[in-house]
Ligand binder design. Sequence first.
Ligand code: HEC
Length: 131
Amino acid sequence: MRTMKLFFVSALVLLVGTTLVAQPKPWVVPDSFKSMKNPVAQSDASTKAGLAVFTKNCASCHGKAGLGDGVKARTLKDFPGNFSKTDFQSLADGDIFYRTKTGRGEMPKYDGKLSDDDIWNVVNYMRTLKK
Ligand code: HEC
């Protein structure tokens, strides 16, 4: 009887656990960021600068192509996201800027670590990862 009970409790924990993991909680992004205009125009110079920032700071988790498969990704609890997908690419520039600047959980906060211009460069770079 005890093992049965233990079995059902474990099954329940597993079920709730996987449901939570399968549905990432939505980000709460202020409207002031969503409607923010990207002050750094998309250009070769900007995406090149963004690539350098991305390779140095982001690729270890997000993967070179932003698929969420960096070497560190498998040690993370949360999936870092797939930047090649329409879901991600349909976010406004200011929204991606906000997520990068403030972070949450295992996603580091880059406010104070990267200049705003570099965050916009990396936003411009992430646009090139669209499939
Ligand atoms: C230590 C690992 C790690 C590093 C380094 C990292 N990230 Fe993340 N990132 C994550 C994780 C994990 C998430 C998912 C967080 C969540 O959903 O709560 C995430 C989420 C994001 C998101 C939101 C994705 C979405 O689909 O909503 C953006 C944008 C992002 N990261 C950009 C960056 C950028 C740009 C850098 C480098 C400047 C970077 N990250 C560095 C782990 C990392």
